[in-house]
Design a protein around this ligand. Structure first.
Ligand SMILES: NC(=O)c1ccc[n+]([C@@H]2O[C@H](COP(=O)([O-])OP(=O)(O)OC[C@H]3O[C@@H](n4cnc5c(N)ncnc54)[C@H](OP(=O)(O)O)[C@@H]3O)[C@@H](O)[C@H]2O)c1
Length: 273
């Protein structure tokens, strides 16, 4: 029997790239979608959705900028509607822990009438290696409005493994997996572990929401800076300071530890660039 065809959104990003690579290795027909991806696709341009969805069985739904964005639930609802009408049978939603906006989008997917799985992830360890914070780590100073809150940083390779299992196997239908790493770390502790792995000084500096916002505006523009600041203020209040067992539930193995991801990043020369 042929394997289900999959549309991977956010296919040039941290999770989408890994999800697409794994699916291709497993022999799935994969369409890699994003604004600059092989399949042109833009969340802000619904006219790009139908062509991307045509002939597709399952979708990895990785919304950008974030399910907490004010427009996200309207966009996700409209996209799910088009997907259903186009004949898609399964959705796997990448969601964020403890976000009210993400919960609204989860409910839309769960109520779609399609097979679905929610992959509800904690903060990605790869935010320090591939995301905006990679430069901060390189410069030795991670400034965030996160106080001394603890977070169970998750390896994005684990997120991708869970998403791929759900895309490939209907036994994950109807499940919501809380996907986290195996340890809670404060940002102070995370910086110390990165410093240990790199052999260089890396510090965490707790900043206020205003300081964080003002530092971001020049890099990402006012709208995205406001969204990221509000998101930090929402989730860095201790609500996510617990471990989830989604990796074990979905894959029957333990999640990869923060220190291991740092070691791999050093071996790959990540923070030298
Ligand atoms: N980072 C975390 O710690 C974390 C934790 C939990 C959940 N999440 C969720 O992960 C998702 C991705 O966030 P991320 O920050 O990690 O980014 P990312 O996946 O590393 O990169 C964003 C991806 O989205 C694409 N993209 C950007 N704007 C787009 C648009 N208008 N239309 C279509 N595609 C677009 C980008 O490709 P192009 O530039 O080619 O369009 C890229 O492939 C978000 O929904 C976020 O809520 C993130």
């Amino acid at each position: 029997m042929s394997r289900p065809s999959v549309l991977v959104t956010g296919a040039t990003g941290k999770t989408g790239r890994r999800v697409a690579d794994r699916l291709i290795r497993l022999g799935h027909p994969v369409r890699q979608a994003s604004r600059r991806g092989e399949q042109p696709f833009d969340w802000a341009r619904p006219e790009t959705w139908s062509a991307a969805l045509r002939g597709i069985d399952a979708v990895y739904l990785c919304y950008f900028p974030d399910l907490a964005a004010p427009q996200a639930s309207d966009v996700v609802e409209a996209f799910v509607d088009v997907a259903r009408k186009t004949g898609v049978r399964r959705l796997v939603l990448l969601s964020g822990r403890g976000e009210a906006g993400a919960q609204r989008c989860e409910a839309i997917v769960a109520g779609s009438g399609l097979g679905y799985t929610i992959v509800r992830a904690s903060w990605f360890t790869q935010n320090f290696t591939e995301g905006q914070l990679a430069q901060a780590v390189h410069d030795g100073l991670i400034a965030l409005p996160a106080g001394q809150v603890a977070e169970p940083f998750v390896d994005v390779d684990d997120v991708a493994d869970v998403a791929v299992a759900a895309l490939a196997d209907h036994r994950h239908d109807g499940r919501a997996y809380e996907v986290t790493g195996p340890r809670l770390l404060t940002f102070d502790q995370a910086a110390a572990e990165i410093a240990e792995a790199t052999g260089r000084e890396v510090r965490y500096l707790p900043v206020t929401a205003e300081q964080f916002h003002d530092g971001l505006v020049g890099q990402v523009g006012p709208e995205h800076a406001r969204l990221l600041t509000d998101l930090c203020m929402e989730v860095f209040d201790g609500r996510n300071a617990s471990l989830g067992d989604g990796v074990h539930q979905a894959l029957d193995r333990q999640p990869v530890d923060f220190a291991e991801v740092c070691r791999r990043a050093v071996a790959a020369g990540t923070w030298q660039r």
